[in-house]
Design a protein around this ligand. Structure first.
Ligand SMILES: [Zn+2]
Length: 210
């Protein structure tokens, strides 16, 4: 509250409010079916068992009348973000019957191959956890829904390009990235060559997930 924002930050906040269109993806849409496929995996048993309702919302940038436009619908610290997840409060649930919302940048994600879209949905679902008390009984909200919480990413790569350029693998930035890549390489080796090829076939373009 009351945090000082630079004129540029205020301008971006203004742009964000002015120029985004949110579209709810209907449950009979092909993309929602793909999402359901991911959701029904064993990893997310609690989400299906407690009937957590998740909305899929496409966000696109609408150019304003004065021709100003934002490049990406969702961004974090200046970088484009493909998707993000948020919880719906009970206050908002009286308006729409959802517990969580996955929002994605349709300009980016519409061009994703299916496998990459699934990986994106899976990433977002990993953030969502049903809460239990110490006896293992599910916690509930005032309106009787399973209580949820968002859990942070396992790892986070942040840093400065200049530090990476100067220090290479001695920088915290690249050494943590190296760990991530080692881990990814190990996992990929366990997969068949065919599967590995499928998962790495597309160019990432520096897009983040949130
Ligand atoms: Zn994430």
């Amino acid at each position: 509250m009351g945090q000082w924002k630079t004129p540029l930050e205020r301008w971006y906040t203004y742009l964000e409010k002015q120029m985004k269109e949110y579209v709810l993806i209907p449950q009979d849409h092909q993309l929602y079916s793909l999402f359901t496929e991911v959701l029904q995996q064993d990893e997310f048993t609690n989400l299906t068992k407690y009937e957590v309702k998740i909305a899929l919302v496409a966000i696109s940038v609408v150019p304003s009348e004065n021709g100003m436009t934002m490049e990406y619908a969702i961004s974090k610290e200046g970088n484009p973000v493909a998707a993000q997840i948020r919880l719906v409060t009970q206050r908002d649930r009286v308006l729409a019957n959802y517990d969580a919302v996955i929002e994605y940048d349709s300009k980016l994600v519409d061009d994703f191959p299916e496998i990459k879209t699934k990986a994106l949905f899976e990433h977002e679902l990993c953030h969502l956890e049903v809460q239990f008390d110490k006896d293992g009984v599910v916690k509930t909200t005032v309106d009787g829904r399973a209580a949820l919480k968002l859990i942070p990413d396992d790892f986070r790569i942040t840093g400065f390009r200049s530090v990476i350029q100067k220090y290479g693998f001695d920088s915290v930035e690249l050494s943590s990235l190296a760990e991530v890549l080692d881990e990814a390489e190990r996992v990929m080796k366990e997969k068949s060559d065919e599967e590995a090829e499928k998962s790495s076939s597309s160019d990432d373009g520096g897009v983040l997930v949130s």
